[in-house]
Design a protein around this ligand. Structure first.
Ligand code: ADP
Ligand code: MG
Length: 381
């Protein structure tokens, strides 16, 4: 049993005085490319991290739900609730129960204990890992017939409507639908998916993930402002979403958007969608190294047009490129979080060391780095 599985099971026994009926795991994710495109009905390409959240779950004796975490050992208990009734971290779990009911499924009353190795609030989606582990557990435990393709939207509704965080469908889709050795090409309008081969080790390549450990600032407000600008631009252009503007149609669209901020935001989304399609085409053709320039172009677009980077992530990208990375970009919603760099496996350690040294020179909090291999999506252990 892995360390987090053992810790989740121990937390269950400590809180409820019995063994769990089973263990379910769901991963955090990194987005290879396609940032802020999900709520523009566009394309994303995440893969699942090896870091996972484990839910130890068993039936409840009294019809209520209880949930505790190694980070919050005192169980939160609730029955049938509406959004707003459970607050704090328990809202992610109460939200999943609520969203299942809303979707017409009756989840079994359960006791739940959580442990996780996904860093919280680093843009690696510990929130989706939490929702997805609990959702998968309740579906399995209750024998609910919820098709895999419906599950991400249920977890997303929990986060959007119960927790109150206006995220797109990317995180939950990744945590639930990713497969080992694959990147998940997701069309956020049709929810169609394609598993794209992403076996970097075969090419002696690696994705180095660098957690900037930069304090997240103004994230919610800035995220909301970006969404609003995108919706405003789409309305002016007379399209349902910015997904409907092609790269060929971009010059004309920019002419019609008088406002410089709207022009920049639109340019990022339109070019980013194209970069996802180009990345997928290269991966399908086995030309993995060549995605590097697309990753770097994505970062430049996030930095200059979408304006969601901070000094720490810019320095990590510049340093990784100077150390020989094929490409590098911030991943996640922005204003801190993580950077990924495509590197020769043999150079991963020295690239990480170069970023650590660059941070020390500038007096930034030290970063944390590791090589990420595409892992499986949510599953019973
Ligand atoms: P991210 O998803 O990028 O990690 P979020 O702010 O979306 O950041 O989600 C983090 C929140 O999810 C935490 O503040 C906490 O409420 C909840 N959460 C995630 N994992 C756990 C856990 N293992 N135990 C308790 N709460 C958790
Ligand atoms: Mg999150």
């Amino acid at each position: 049993m892995s360390d987090i599985s053992a810790k989740a099971a121990e937390a269950f026994t400590a809180a409820y005085g019995e063994e769990p009926a089973g263990l379910w795991a769901a991963p955090g994710r990194v987005n290879l490319i396609g940032e802020h495109t999900d709520y523009n009905d566009g394309f994303v390409l995440p893969f699942a991290l090896p870091q996972r959240t484990v839910a130890a779950v068993g039936p409840s004796p009294d019809g209520t739900f209880s949930v505790c975490s190694t980070l919050a050992p005192e169980p939160v208990t609730f029955g049938a609730t509406e959004p707003g009734e459970v607050t704090g971290w328990g809202a992610y779990v109460a939200g999943v129960v609520w969203a299942l009911r809303e979707a017409g499924f009756e989840p079994p009353a359960a006791r739940i204990a959580i442990d996780s190795e996904v860093p919280l609030g680093s843009g690696l989606s510990s929130s989706a890992a939490l929702e997805s582990s609990v959702l998968t557990a309740l579906i399995d435990l209750g024998g609910l017939d919820v098709p895999l393709e419906r599950r991400p939207a249920i977890a997303q509704r929990a986060e959007n409507l119960y927790v109150g965080a206006p995220t797109g469908i990317l995180d939950q889709s990744a945590s639930i639908r990713c497969e080992a050795g694959k990147a998940l090409f997701l069309d956020c309008r049709s929810y169609e998916i394609e598993q794209i081969p992403f076996d970097l080790a075969a090419e002696d390549l690696a994705i180095l993930v660098i957690n900037s450990n930069a304090p997240h600032q103004h994230v919610d407000g800035e995220y909301g402002a970006r969404r609003k600008s995108c919706e405003e631009s789409a309305a002016i252009l007379g399209v349902a979403a910015l997904r409907d503007v092609s790269v060929d149609g971009l010059p004309d669209a920019l002419d019609r958007l008088g406002d410089e901020v709207l022009r920049k935001r639109t340019r990022h989304i339109v070019t980013e969608n194209q970069r996802v399609l180009d990345t997928v085409a290269l991966l399908r053709a086995g030309r993995v190294r060549e995605i590097g320039p697309l990753l770097t172009a994505s970062h430049v677009s996030m930095r200059d047009d979408f304006e969601i980077t901070v000094a720490q992530v810019d320095v990590a990208v510049e340093t990784a490129l100077a150390a020989g990375a094929y490409g590098a970009r911030m991943t996640g919603g922005g204003f801190g979080g993580c950077v990924l760099a495509l590197v020769d496996t043999a150079r991963a350690d020295e690239t990480a060391a170069a970023v650590t040294a660059a941070y020390a020179d500038r007096g930034f909090t030290a970063p944390t780095s590791w090589v990420a291999v595409a892992g499986p999506g949510a599953t019973k252990l």
